[in-house]
Design a protein around this ligand. Structure first.
Ligand code: NAD
Ligand code: UDP
Length: 320
């Protein structure tokens, strides 16, 4: 394990939305990056601009199988994140979270690497406590259609803490709340990308339920900064730590804002609410502020403007 200077960093899920931004930031600060991805939801397009960099390496690999490489740090992001994608093959989703965690923790143990898990606000399920602090144990339906993701991520957290207690591994667990930005997949079904693409195409904006459910949206650059700070924090800072933007909106407010910012002619089309859709979600980020000196800096409008510009370009190129 290297303790100073250039780090060899493995990013699983590195060709995905968050992973591609993380790879970019790591390279920019001088690290060597190994991006591992099976391209289930990620694409080579997301990392095409990094391919010519001699400090960047891409490996097609599924984390449910063991991986033998030599690295100093591991960011474990591999896992589909949008409900449509993680419910497409729920057994594989649980395997990716659980077997993937076991394989990456095993790797970390062998090479004495520090390892960070991309966990999720979904570990809180449909919460009775608002906003959600890390000490809240959550309210997850273990047999519902979201359970493959929620319980998979909960089990991965358990594995991280057991490897820490049992084998002394240096672990970091980030509970990520809804994050958006350029390179979200245009068809991945998440609310921000859906609304922007629909608005830009003047198609109906699909609001599920009456749109009174809430989410708190974090721009990708803020989130990546939080993940880097957590990875670099002293060993004692293991988390779990919430990373997200605490400014909360209803889904309907988001729809109206996107229509307004794009100057769209789209009307709102109310659809049925998916099963187990959480009513409200807002991170309590006191712990991240205190231990990482981190809080999001980019307000929703500024982040949406950048994301809208990205999707405009994709649509112009015929790629969305
Ligand atoms: P994404 O779907 O864009 O990225 C996931 C990446 O993992 C993709 O490139 C995909 O191909 C890859 N992948 C999936 N299964 C794999 C496997 N078995 N082996 C190797 N690669 C595999 O999603 P994202 O938004 O970038 O999310 C990244 C991570 O952050 C995920 O673990 C997700 O659970 C977590 N997270 C994201 C959010 C968010 O709002 N974006 C919120 C909470 C948690
Ligand atoms: N949603 C919506 N219309 C869409 C996609 C999502 O109203 O086209 C709602 C969804 O029901 C949820 C919220 O937006 O209440 C966030 O959904 P997303 O899939 O982005 O993430 P979640 O937080 O549910 O994992």
């Amino acid at each position: 394990m290297r303790t100073s200077g250039k780090q060899r960093v493995l990013v699983t899920g590195g060709a995905g939305f968050l992973g591609s931004h993380l790879c970019e930031r790591l390279l920019a600060r001088g690290d060597d990056v190994l991006c591992v991805d099976n391209f289930f939801t990620g694409t080579k397009d997301n990392i095409l601009h990094l391919m010519g960099n001699p400090h960047f390496e891409l490996m097609r690999h599924d984390v449910t199988f063991p991986l033998y490489v030599e690295v100093d740090r591991i960011f474990n992001l591999a896992c589909p994140a949008s409900p449509i994608h993680y419910q497409f093959d729920p057994v594989q989703t649980t395997k990716t979270s659980v077997h993937g965690a076991i394989n990456m923790l095993g790797l970390a143990k062998r090479v004495k690497a520090r390892i960070l898990q991309a966990s999720t606000s979904e570990v809180y399920g449909d919460p009775e406590i608002h906003p959600q602090p890390e000490g809240y144990w959550g309210r997850v339906n273990p047999v519902g259609p979201r359970a493959c993701y929620d319980e998979g991520k909960r089990c991965a957290e358990t594995l991280f803490f057991d490897y820490h207690r049992q084998h002394g591994l240096e672990i970091k667990v980030a509970r990520i709340f809804n994050t958006y930005g350029p390179r979200m997949h245009p068809n991945d079904g998440r609310v921000v990308s859906n609304f922007i693409v629909q608005a830009l195409k003047n198609e109906p904006i699909t609001v599920y339920g009456d749109g009174s459910q809430t989410r708190s949206f974090c721009y990708v650059d803020d989130l990546v900064e939080g993940m880097l700070r957590l990875m670099d924090a002293p060993v004692a800072v293991t988390g779990p730590v919430n990373l997200g933007n605490p400014v909360e909106f209803t889904v309907r407010q988001l729809a109206e804002k996107v229509v307004d910012m794009t100057g769209s002619r789209s009307a709102i089309d109310f659809r049925s609410l998916p099963v187990d859709d959480p009513r409200q979600r807002q991170p309590d980020i006191a712990l991240a502020k205190e231990t990482l000196g981190w809080e999001p800096l980019i307000p929703l409008e500024a982040g949406l403007a950048k994301t809208i510009a990205y999707f405009e370009e994709r649509i112009r190129e015929g790629l969305a």
